[in-house]
Design a protein around this ligand. Structure first.
Ligand SMILES: [Zn+2]
Length: 195
């Protein structure tokens, strides 16, 4: 017997999430149908509709209600930290030890998985680098994060700005989003020039 169309539709919608396979989507859909009240469903649906108002900052890729995010609008543009995704921005902001702006790549280069440099938000970094004094590369200390850092270093080698790599006190594979405030502050303080 097949699922009713309503459930199949929900499974299909949930499968849109990166990292959620058909089995997990099925489990989540059944959980929603059997455990959620109508209020829960209304709240979820309206939360989802509200995010339609959000945009990506034209300069850095942050999530914002405006064309340019509050960080880009209020801070000096001469120090740019390159990060993998929006989550990292919020982790770093929580630490309150960085006063520059960001550039969000939306991923890292992963040749094996078919994620090429042109799939990332890299091109606009070239324009931004022309006006920056320092580019701090804060991709995670994974193999892909290192490959991406090297790629950026090469890409910007002819520009005047300094390029530094954040000094991780984290083991290889340790992600930025799990680092505590002190570790992040130290990683930033101990960044080394790689150009
Ligand atoms: Zn921005």
């Amino acid at each position: 017997m097949k699922y009713p169309d309503e459930i199949s539709g929900l499974i299909e919608a949930l499968s849109k999430y990166q990292g959620i396979g058909p089995k997990t989507a099925e489990r989540l859909a059944i959980n929603t149908v059997t455990k959620w009240s109508n209020d829960d469903i209304d709240n979820f649906a309206s939360a989802l509709v509200k995010i339609k108002n959000l945009k990506r900052c034209k300069r850095c890729g942050n999530i914002t209600n405006n064309e340019i995010c509050d960080i880009c609008a209020s801070r000096n543009n001469d120090k740019i930290m390159v990060i993998e995704d929006v989550k990292d921005l919020f982790s770093i902001e929580k630490c309150e030890s960085y006063d520059g702006v960001y550039h969000i790549l939306d991923g890292v280069i992963n040749y094996q998985a078919g994620i090429m440099p042109e799939d990332l938000n890299l091109e606009s970094l070239i324009d931004r680098a022309k006006e920056a004094k320092e580019i701090i590369i804060a991709t995670n200390p994974s193999v892909e994060g290192e490959i991406t850092a090297q790629y950026i270093k090469e890409m910007l080698k002819d520009y005047n700005c300094d390029i530094s790599r954040i000094a991780y006190g984290l083991p290889v594979g340790g992600n930025l989003e799990y680092a505590d405030a002190l570790t992040l502050a130290k990683a930033l303080e101990g960044r080394r020039n790689i150009k």
